[in-house]
Design a protein around this ligand. Structure first.
Ligand SMILES: [Zn+2]
Length: 195
């Protein structure tokens, strides 16, 4: 598939993110997209610079042949890293990778609904991404719009800097209080993500 084909997917992903999840901080106007191989690495990632330019790099293998499903899965994961992007990359936390992994499956299932690809799609690997995904699902079971509220109430906060006090604030404000039973989940979500 051509680069342009993938670029054309981005606005639909952002619209879905903004309408379904109500995130309105997606910095997609500054998003460019360059599917290149970086060193020996062939993993997708998102790069930030001080001018606020966010570049999503897809893995090179995705650009060979007809792998639209895998490409959409990668783009929709990386687009989460474009929600209020930091000026420089400083790692992510479990929350951000969990949200990104969760959204990638959510969007890709929607995008390919009714096809074999969409119907069979679920996280299958045993990596830290799957652990992060499971934790994020636990969070949205008790508070679906939790991250949205935290970002809304803290206009300069990036996702990786969310701490337990931010969770406690929005639980108190919108969920009638923060329960002790949430503590272990929140503490796991705010850890640095280990790749
Ligand atoms: Zn990620």
């Amino acid at each position: 598939m051509s680069i342009q084909f993938y670029i054309d997917e981005v606005p639909d992903i952002v619209i879905y993110l903004e309408t379904r999840l109500n995130f309105c901080n997606v910095n997609y106007k500054c998003l460019t997209y360059t599917p290149i191989i970086v060193g020996k690495e062939c993993v997708p990632y998102t790069n930030y610079n001080e001018q606020g330019i966010v570049t999503i790099y897809l893995s090179k293998d995705i650009c060979i042949g007809d792998r639209v499903g895998d490409a959409v899965l990668q783009i929709s994961h990386e687009i989460i890293h474009c929600i209020r992007p930091p000026k420089a990359y400083a790692g992510t936390n479990v929350l951000e990778e969990g949200l990104a992994t969760w959204f990638a499956y959510e969007y890709t299932r929607h995008r390919f609904a009714g096809t074999n690809y969409g119907n069979n799609l679920k996280p299958s690997d045993k990596s830290n991404y799957l652990c992060a995904f499971d934790l994020y699902e636990k969070l949205i079971e008790v508070f679906p719009d939790c991250v949205k509220h935290i970002l809304h109430d803290n206009p300069n906060l990036v996702i990786k800097d969310i701490k337990s006090k931010h969770f406690e604030e929005v639980f108190n404000k919108h969920r009638g209080g923060f329960k002790d039973e949430y503590k272990a989940m929140i503490n796991a979500l705010i850890l640095d993500f280990i790749y």
